[in-house]
Design a binder for this molecule. Structure first.
Ligand code: AQP
Length: 326
């Protein structure tokens, strides 16, 4: 059975992009893979966090994974900072990746350009090295991610290959899996930008949002003025985003869906209805889990113990091959 690893940051509310680009696929993939899912709290520290809020959000993100359908009996689910091998291997990764490679990461450029006056941490620059450690620590074969993370999986492959060629065969070189639909859900108000946890405006749909608010957000989604329903991401980003969302939720091809609509109003209405039907049961399960954070923390501890067995073996292999003494 091939090994799969993926992670989500507890850096804010889980949104429709996270759900369609990642989480629903994680649930399906846990049937055919040895799946490891991680709440990557150390990555969230690359941007300023409030301690109590980070703690709350870490538990809440794990509860969201459970509510969506991650089964801790079948998959390993844990919090990154509870497995100390992650930051330990990250240093070896930092010494294997170059400054030039990190400078080319679009996520760093985007986030550091968002507000040029604010504090930009060194961690924001080096976090692809930590992400490489997250993935390589588990002898991962495949990494399911949204399209925004493709570049980070590619740099992980480069780091693994370089390390293997310098120090001998150490890491499995992983491949990414990008979902056929929902890989890049865009902001409903600015369809040129991806929907994102760190931009929680009127164009974001959070999984836990009030259902009436979600319907309103779809009704007000930005489209264009030519009135033609077509799937064309470059020329018609707003309409194409609605078609992508409807396609991902209903498991239909966005281009085929476009033929069924001649006006934007019904497309917005049907997309809202489909999203709401998907979110309602997730919200109900989340509300049940929310009442028992101690049980979630127990499950996370068990997951961390399971993860650490694999991580400590792979870290020991890397330490040995690079020349560190026991
Ligand atoms: N808009 C999206 N469409 C499809 N997939 C997406 N993912 C994220 N946004 C979209 C996928 O969700 C998984 C978890 O990613 P994350 O925790 O890094 O989520 P984020 O929303 O990108 O959170 P950030 O980093 O706090 O915000 P921004 O966007 O500002 O960088 C990943 O598999 C990701 O591909």
């Amino acid at each position: 059975m091939s090994r799969l690893f993926s992670g989500i940051q507890p850096s804010g509310e889980v949104h429709l992009g996270n759900l369609l680009g990642a989480l629903v696929n994680w649930v399906t993939l846990q049937d055919e893979h040895d799946a490891i899912y991680c709440v990557v709290d150390l990555h969230a520290l690359t941007l300023p966090q409030v301690a109590d809020e980070l703690r709350r959000s870490t538990i809440a993100t794990a509860q969201m994974l459970l509510a969506v359908g991650i089964d801790p009996e079948r998959s390993t689910m844990f919090v990154q900072s509870q497995v100390p091998q992650h930051p330990q291997l990250a240093w070896l990764m930092e010494c294997t990746v170059s400054y030039g490679e990190l400078s080319r990461m679009t996520a760093f450029k985007d986030k550091s350009n968002r507000d040029s006056t604010s504090f930009i941490s060194a961690g924001l620059f080096t976090y692809p090295a930590l992400q490489a450690a997250d993935i390589l620590l588990y002898d991962t074969d495949v990494v399911p991610v949204g399209a925004d993370q493709r570049q980070h999986v590619e740099i992980t492959r480069d780091i693994a290959e370089r390390f293997n060629s310098r120090h001998g065969d150490t890491f499995v070189v992983p491949a990414h899996i990008i979902p056929p639909a929902g890989a890049r859900i865009m902001d409903l108000q600015n369809p040129g930008n991806k929907m994102s946890k760190s931009v929680d405006g009127a164009g974001t749909v959070n999984v836990l949002d009030d259902l009436a608010k979600i319907a309103k957000r779809f009704k007000r989604a930005v489209t264009d003025s030519d009135g033609d329903v077509r799937f064309d991401v470059d020329a018609k980003p707003g309409v194409s985003n609605l078609l992508s969302i409807l396609g991902a939720v209903t498991d239909r091809d966005p281009e085929a869906l476009a033929d069924e609509y001649s006006q934007y109003g019904p497309l917005k209405g049907d997309t809202a209805d489909a999203v709401i039907a998907m979110l309602e049961p997730i919200q109900a399960r989340y509300r049940e889990l929310e009442d028992d954070p101690a049980e979630t923390m127990r499950l996370l501890r068990l997951g961390a113990d399971k993860a650490e067995v694999i991580a400590s073996e792979v870290l020991a292999r890397a330490r040995r091959n690079v020349g560190l003494i026991d």
